[in-house]
Design a protein around this ligand. Structure first.
Ligand code: GLU
Length: 426
């Protein structure tokens, strides 16, 4: 199946650079830094499948177990035309840091297939997913590797994975995936968890610079699961969403976009935020979507794909605070520019960790055969996000490090300590 590459892949160099920089800051021996950078295993699998028209087609898929020293490999599966092996490795490195920073007893993983789910039928998606999973069965399981949704996948995809895995072992295993439907053991609050965490991270970081979430003007790039929930929850907490962007383009309204009306228009069939009439059009298409970064606002939340902001765009940013809802939205050079301009960045490995934190809570419920109500889940997510922010902020202040490096150092230190304690075999 030929897939046109339409997005820049998240750079593996950036992910490796961040681990190396943290390892060097900690004074770790080179060999240990290399061990922490290297994925534990990279699985590349062949996915032959039948198109609806009867033709046979073929894809390649990946699943990367990055670090498994502290717990089972954990991370989402991405369906997007831009997916490459290196991008999946980079995203898996991010997951290892995320679970370590949040102190969750999990490792890091990621999976992906270079497909555009929007142009495939539901039947084709199901056949692709089942064949991909069937190749991974020996490496999956609640104690080995636990997938979750990511860009282009959802609870339905998780249900197929659960079914394919359960059929192969002979009994239902709800803990093999997270982000699954509630009816199959999914957790209440999982859909909104990443966006909820992003908004909480924003609010905590605001307080430290004398700003308040309520009343602040926010621009959000990306209106998928993360961006849309961040918009709804920030709006509910009194912030003004002054600009929104998705692949269709970007819109602006200086006295605040009516988020409920955007959602209503999307439910009624609008394909993009620009078709909702909720704000003035500032740019069309993917190129027009990046006009959002130049908008006058207090806070920017990039919630779409990796490498969206390079050093040139970083120079145009007006916000005082950038909160990374996506994985890897800023290149290391963009990061340097923002730091030199005293713009605070709350990095992905902490800011968007609400999703995997809720995944962990979903597994806790599965293992204990119980289900918490939505308020209980949300409170636990918020409390874990607050605890991690306190550790991050103290570490960053004590060591005079930007949040980005402080977060990488905290994550790498946790992983390095566990490697040392376990020792090296043989
Ligand atoms: N895909 C999400 C992330 O990048 C969630 C991963 C998970 O819940 O395992 O953090």
């Amino acid at each position: 199946m030929s897939t046109k590459k339409i997005a820049k892949e998240l750079s593996l160099d950036s992910a490796e650079f961040r681990v190396r920089q943290a390892g060097e800051w900690l004074g770790l021996e080179d060999g240990l830094i290399e061990t922490i950078i290297a994925p534990r295993r990279v699985l590349e699998v062949s996915i032959p499948f039948r198109r609806d028209n009867g033709n046979r087609d073929h894809l390649v898929g990946w699943r990367v177990h990055h670090n498994t020293t502290r717990g089972p490999a954990k991370g989402g599966i991405r369906y997007h035309p831009g997916v490459t092996r290196d991008e999946v490795v980079a995203l898996a490195i991010g997951m290892s840091l995320k679970t370590a920073i949040m102190n969750l007893p999990l490792g890091g993983a990621k999976g992906g297939i270079a497909i555009d789910p929007k142009v495939l039928s539901i039947g084709e998606l199901e056949r692709i997913t089942r064949r991909y999973v069937s190749e991974l069965i020996p490496f999956l399981g609640p104690d080995k590797d636990v997938p979750a949704p990511d860009v282009g996948t959802n609870s339905q995809v998780m249900a197929w994975i659960l079914d394919q895995y359960s059929a192969s072992v002979g009994h239902i295993v709800p803990g093999v995936v997270t982000g699954k439907p509630i009816e199959l053991g999914g957790s209440l609050g999982r859909e909104s968890a990443t966006g909820r965490g992003v908004v909480e991270a924003a609010s905590l970081a605001c307080e430290k610079i004398g700003m308040s979430l309520s009343g602040s003007r926010i621009a959000i790039q990306g209106y998928g699961q993360v961006g849309a929930w961040a918009a709804r929850l920030a709006d509910a907490r009194g912030a003004k969403i002054v600009a929104l962007a998705d692949a269709g383009g970007s819109i602006h309204k200086s006295n605040g976009i009516d988020i409920a009306s955007v959602d209503r228009k999307i439910r009624e069939g609008a394909k993009s935020v620009i078709e909702t009439g909720a704000g003035e059009l500032i740019g069309k298409g993917l190129k027009g979507a990046s006009s959002i970064f130049e908008i006058d606002c207090d806070m920017l939340m990039p919630c779409a794909l990796g490498d969206a902001v390079d050093e040139h765009i970083a120079n145009e940013i007006k916000a005082r605070l950038v909160v990374e809802g996506a994985n890897g939205p800023l290149t290391p050079k963009a990061d340097e520019v923002l730091q030199s301009r005293n713009i605070i960045v709350v990095p992905d490995v902490y800011a968007n960790a609400g999703g995997v934190t809720c995944s962990y809570l979903e597994q806790c419920q599965n293992f204990a055969h119980l289900s918490w109500n939505e308020d209980e889940v949300n409170e636990k997510v918020i409390s874990l996000m607050q605890g991690a922010f306190n550790r991050l902020h103290s570490f960053s202040t004590e060591n005079k490090l930007a949040y980005r490096l402080a977060a990488s150092v905290l994550g790498v230190k946790t992983i390095a300590d566990s490697h040392r304690m376990r020792g090296l075999h043989p």
